[in-house]
Design a binder for this molecule. Structure first.
Ligand SMILES: NC(=O)C1=CN([C@@H]2O[C@H](COP(=O)(O)OP(=O)(O)OC[C@H]3O[C@@H](n4cnc5c(N)ncnc54)[C@H](O)[C@@H]3O)[C@@H](O)[C@H]2O)C=CC1
Ligand SMILES: N[C@@H](CC=O)C(=O)O
Ligand code: NA
Length: 433
C-alpha cells in the first residue's frame, strides 16, 4: 500500500469537511486505489476553535509556509480562501514541486493564468474540482467524459447561496436579509456575501468553466455580471404568473467561434428541469456537438459536498504523482490558446422580460410599442397590472428574440419617455432553444 501525505491550509468549513471525509472513508479510498490518504499537517491561523473533529497531536500549526516546506508533505490543499495569501501559498507549493488542490474559484478567476503557467513550468498539477459546482464532478466530466466534444453551450446554476435565497423568496416570500442570514449560518455564503448576491462568485465559476470549454484563460471583465441584489418580490410573482421562475444563470455559448458569456438573473420556464433545481443545489447543462445535451446536479456548497470534490482531487493528484504524469489535463486544457474572442451586443440574441411603470393614460403604451418596433423588437405578450394610487400602472412585457444592442437602445429611449414613471426592469428570458 502506498501513502500520500496531505498538507491542508485552512481548517474552516471546507478544510474540516475534507478531514472528516478522509477520516470516514480513507480506508475505502485506499482499498479502491491502493493509495492511503494521510492528513499529515493542517495550518490555520485559528487552531483553538472546535471544528467538530479530532486530529492527532502535532498535526495543527498556525504556519502555512512550514506545511508547504515540510518534506513529509506530498501535496498541498489550499482552503484559506481569498486571493492574496492563497495566491502566495499556491505559487510557492507549485514552485516546490508539490501538486496543489484548491476550492478557490476567486483565486483561479483572478490569477488562473499565472497559476496554470507556473504549474506547467514546474511540470506539476493543480486540481480545482471544488471550485465549480461544489460536490458536482462537473470539471472532471468536462475534461474526461466530454473531452471529445466541442462545447456548444453551458448553462449553470452555480451559486448555492443565491439559489437557496431565490427558492425561499419564491416559496415563502421572506425578506432578502433574513434569508441571507440563514445562508450564512448554513456555511454556503462567501465572506463577504456580496460576492454571492452580486453574482461575482457565479462569474468566478463561469470563467473557469469557459476557460476549460474553450481553452484559454478568461478574464473576469469578459463576463458581464449582475446578481440578485435588489430583485423584488414583485418580479418573482410576475414571473410565476407567466409560468416562469427566476434563477441566477451562468451562460456560456459558442456563437460561431465567439464566446458569449454572462451571469444574470433570468426567467426560465417552470417546466424546464433547471426550474426544479432548488435550495443550495447547483446544476450544469452542457451541450456537446457529439454527445448532445447532458446535465449535472448536486450540492454546490457546504462542508461535506465541497469536501467530497476536494478529496476526489486529492486522490487524482496522488495517482498522477505516483505515476509521474507531469502536467495534467486540468492544466493543459486551460492553456491551449492565448486568448478567446467574445460576443458583443450585436451578436447576442436573446428574449427578455421587461417591467415598466407607465402613466395610465391613452397613448402611453403606443409610445412604448413604437420604440420597440423601431428597434426590431417583437412582442410576445403584454400584461398591464392594476394601476397604483399614483396613477401609474406596471406593465409586464415578454419579447421575442432580439439583439442585445437593440434592447439597450430601446430601453434608453423608453426610460426617457415622460409617461415612464420609474426605472424599467429588464431580465433575460431563457427558453433554451
Ligand atoms: N463553503 C463552501 O461551501 C465552499 C467554499 N469554497 C471555497 O473554499 C475555500 C474555503 O472556504 P471555507 O472553508 O468556506 O472558508 P472558511 O472561512 O470557513 O475557512 C477558511 C479558513 O482559513 C483560515 N485562514 C485564513 N488565512 C489563513 C492563513 N494565512 N493561514 C492559515 N489559515 C488561514 C481561516 O482561519 C479559516 O479557518 C474558499 O476559497 C471558498 O471560496 C468552494 C466551494 C464551496
Ligand atoms: N458561496 C458559494 C460557495 C460555493 O462555491 C455558494 O454559495 O455557492
Ligand atoms: Na465541482
Amino acid at each position: 500500500m502506498k501513502e500520500i501525505r496531505i498538507g491542508i491550509l485552512g481548517f474552516g468549513t471546507v478544510g474540516a469537511g475534507v478531514v472528516e471525509g478522509i477520516q470516514k472513508n480513507g480506508a475505502l479510498m485506499a482499498d479502491r486505489t491502493g493509495i492511503m490518504p494521510i492528513v499529515a499537517r493542517i495550518a490555520d491561523l485559528d487552531i483553538e476553535t472546535d471544528r467538530g473533529i479530532t486530529v492527532p497531536d502535532g498535526v495543527l500549526t498556525t504556519d502555512a509556509m512550514s506545511v508547504i516546506a515540510d518534506e513529509n508533505v506530498d501535496l498541498i490543499v489550499e482552503l484559506v480562501g481569498g486571493t492574496t495569501v492563497a495566491r502566495t501559498f499556491t505559487l510557492e507549493a507549485l514552485k516546490q514541486g508539490k501538486p496543489v488542490i484548491t476550492a478557490n474559484k476567486a483565486l483561479l478567476a483572478d490569477h488562473g493564468e499565472e497559476i496554470y503557467k507556473t504549474a506547467r513550468e514546474n511540470n506539476i498539477g493543480i486540481y480545482y474540482e471544488a471550485a465549480v459546482g461544489g460536490g458536482i464532478p462537473i470539471l472532471r466530466s468536462q475534461r474526461a467524459g466530454l473531452i471529445g466534444n466541442q462545447i456548444e453551450s453551458i448553462y449553470g446554476i452555480l451559486n448555492g447561496t443565491c439559489n437557496y435565497m431565490l427558492t425561499r423568496m419564491e416559496r415563502e416570500g421572506l425578506p432578502f436579509d433574513e434569508i441571507l442570514a440563514d445562508a450564512q449560518a448554513l456555511g454556503y455564503a462567501e465572506t463577504p456575501p456580496d460576492l454571492d448576491i452580486d453574482g461575482i462568485d457565479t462569474a468566478h465559476k463561469a470563467v473557469v468553466l469557459a476557460s476549460m470549454a474553450y481553452g484559454a484563460p478568461v478574464p473576469m471583465d469578459a463576463c458581464p455580471t449582475s446578481g440578485i441584489r435588489g430583485l423584488s418580490a414583485s418580479e418573482i410573482v410576475n414571473a410565476a404568473d407567466l409560468g416562469y421562475c427566476i434563477k441566477l444563470l451562468a451562460i456560456i455559448k459558442d456563437n460561431d467561434g465567439e464566446v458569449e458569456l454572462s451571469v444574470e438573473p433570468a426567467l426560465v420556464p417552470k417546466e424546464h428541469m433547471i426550474a426544479s433545481v432548488s435550495d443550495s443545489f447547483n446544476a450544469v447543462f452542457v451541450k456537446g456537438d457529439i454527445v448532445g445535451d447532458t446535465m449535472y446536479y448536486g450540492r454546490g456548497a457546504g462542508r461535506l459536498p465541497t469536501g467530497s470534490a476536494v478529496i476526489g482531487d486529492i486522490m487524482e493528484a496522488a495517482s498522477d504523482k505516483l505515476h509521474d504524469v507531469g502536467t495534467p489535463v486540468s492544466v493543459t486544457m486551460m492553456l491551449q490558446k492565448d486568448a478567446l474572442t467574445y460576443c458583443s451586443g450585436d451578436n447576442i440574441i436573446k428574449r427578455c422580460y421587461i417591467r415598466l411603470c407607465l402613466e395610465d393614460k391613452p397613448g402611453s403604451m403606443a409610445q412604448v410599442m413604437t420604440i420597440f418596433g423601431k428597434h426590431n423588437i417583437s412582442i410576445a405578450s403584454v400584461v398591464q397590472k392594476e394601476r397604483h394610487e399614483s396613477g401609474s400602472a406596471p406593465v409586464v412585457i415578454l419579447t421575442q428574440a432580439a439583439k442585445e444592442s437593440d434592447f439597450v437602445a430601446a430601453m434608453t429611449e423608453i426610460q426617457a419617455l415622460d409617461v415612464s414613471t420609474s426605472e424599467p426592469i429588464r431580465m433575460r428570458l431563457e427558453d433554451f432553444e
